[in-house]
Design a protein around this ligand. Structure first.
Ligand SMILES: [Zn+2]
Length: 330
């Protein structure tokens, strides 16, 4: 796959576009300093459906450019799977490039964008300068071996700050409650809310004929982020997902997977939540739980959740998951 002629201006928006089914593609985002979500690209007779728009407009512009190599059809719908910044900050690019495009999500996710997402944009504008100052200080004190990485991170932090300051948040224009179906001549595209998991309003996109499901961050290739999540509800939502007939999973982050990964991912959340519950029931402190549960889970889960190495390390993610779950069950 060519990459470099299509990099975003910020340099870290690299995507590997792969076919998943006839007319269905995934743009898998390379791990980046400012994380980018994957995008699903679904062609239909009258236009294209895009799922998720990354952490910044320049990344979405990379997809728009690449899309023109795939099809001349316009983007009709952009679906946001949830309210996190790295899945919708690029929204504005699509109505600008395709004036007919509608942005779709469910009611809960749109509310979360309004109530929390817009504030987080302001938070980023306020917080990233401190992040830049720290990177500058680290760079000044760095060894030659650390220099190149810190310089690259600093350039990305600066370009992200410029983009987030200039952001024109494009909120969804169409919402649904539980389900919405797009009946195209050549395929059906089901948008489903199956309960709380990664956020209160997670949207799944399901293509029954092609047996493909797009999960957002309710299923990803590394340890899930639970800071806005519902660990106790998550397994039930994934069990409802598992009842659908599909063979391919396009995740919010990481390479496409099959049902075996869904089973592993569900197993991790189930065993983590049960482990925390059992420890709490014996009166264990948070510090004790953070010692004992990783020891219980490591033999089964450390290896499968370490496929991306130092990027989003398993143990760090697990400890954060335990803290969130501990706070909710105790
Ligand atoms: Zn997320």
């Amino acid at each position: 796959m060519d990459c470099c002629g299509h990099e975003g201006r910020s340099g870290d928006a690299r995507f590997d576009i792969k076919p998943v089914a006839d007319g269905v593609h995934v743009a898998v985002a390379a791990p980046a300093y400012k994380v980018n979500s994957n995008t699903a690209i679904i062609e239909s007779d009258d236009g294209v459906v895009i799922v998720d728009t990354h952490s910044k407009p320049s990344a979405a512009r990379v997809i728009v450019d690449r899309l023109r190599e795939i099809t001349a059809k316009p983007v009709r719908y952009v679906v946001n799977t949830h309210f996190h910044w790295d899945h919708w900050h690029g929204n504005e690019v699509y109505p600008a490039a395709y004036p007919e495009a509608e942005i779709v999500t469910n009611q809960l996710t749109r509310e979360a964008m309004v109530k929390k997402g817009l504030k987080r944009i302001r938070d980023h504008v306020r917080q990233v300068p401190a992040e830049i100052a720290k990177l500058e200080a680290d760079l000044a004190a760095s060894s030659p071996a650390q220099r190149a990485k810190l310089e690259a991170d600093l350039a990305l932090a600066r370009s992200y700050l410029a983009e987030v300051k200039a952001l024109r948040p494009a909120l969804p224009t169409v919402v649904f409650e539980q389900t919405m179906t797009l009946y195209r001549r050549d395929r059906e595209i089901h948008l489903l809310h199956l309960g709380r998991a990664h956020t209160e309003g997670d949207v799944f996109v399901y293509l029954p004929k092609e047996k493909v499901v797009i999960t957002g961050d309710a299923v990803i290739g590394w340890t899930p982020y639970m800071g806005d999540g519902y660990p106790e509800d998550w397994v039930g939502t994934l069990d409802r997902l598992a009842q659908l007939d599909f063979t391919s999973i396009i995740m919010g982050h990481g390479a496409p997977a099959g049902r075996d990964w869904l089973a592993t991912f569900r197993g991790y959340i189930h065993d983590m939540v049960e482990g925390v519950r059992e420890e709490v029931a014996t009166g264990a402190t948070l510090e004790e739980v953070k010692q004992r549960v990783p020891a219980r889970l490591a033999p089964t889960y450390e290896r499968p959740f370490s496929a991306y190495g130092d990027y989003r390390p398993w143990r760090q993610g697990l400890l954060a998951n335990i803290e969130r779950t501990y706070a909710m069950v105790s």
